[in-house]
Ligand binder design. Structure first.
Ligand SMILES: [Cu+2]
Length: 162
């Protein structure tokens, strides 16, 4: 949760009868100290009004946070040829090493890598090229024979036809 939300939540607490308010991010709750001598009915009305605005602020904060995350990341899956668990660690490391990649997971069973990345910093070309540099072919980026031949014997998968 952003610092802005934290501050605004504390500000949104009714000020006229609250002596102090603090938003505790780790517990997602508000700590309030109130003056109990204030007229209960007035206090009740104020509380309802202020809690509605608090709720609206919370709602906007949540929606904004979710949108920000969605806008930032693109998720895509690509075919990458490989054999075994050792291939997996090499392919995963190559893709995760590309700047802007948030997560990359290659599956042995399906020969498919699922990558989530920031499209402003990374793209399909950069990711698949980094994987090809380590000796692994995809349908669009072929590794050099030199890189392929460097792979351990167990990892020398059947290459797709050129
Ligand atoms: Cu392997």
């Amino acid at each position: 949760m952003s610092a802005l939300c934290t501050v605004r939540r504390a500000e949104a607490i009714p000020l006229d009868y609250v002596l102090s308010a603090a938003w505790i991010t780790s517990r997602t709750m508000n700590i309030l100290q109130t003056d109990t001598n204030i007229n209960l009915f007035t206090s009740f009305k104020t509380t309802i009004m202020k809690h509605i605005s608090l709720f609206i602020i919370l709602l906007f904060c949540s929606v904004y946070t979710m949108q920000a995350q969605d806008d930032m990341l693109t998720t895509a899956a690509f075919k990458v040829y490989g054999n075994c668990g050792m291939c997996k660690s090499t392919i995963d490391r190559a893709a995760n090493g590309v700047k802007g990649v948030n997560s990359a997971v290659w599956e042995v069973k399906t020969d498919t890598i699922t990558v989530s990345y920031d499209p402003k910093k990374a793209d399909q070309d950069k990711i698949l090229q980094a994987i090809a540099d380590k000796g692994y072919d995809s349908d669009t980026h072929r590794a050099t024979d030199e890189a392929y031949n460097k792979l351990p014997g167990c990892c020398q998968y059947d290459r797709p036809k050129q």
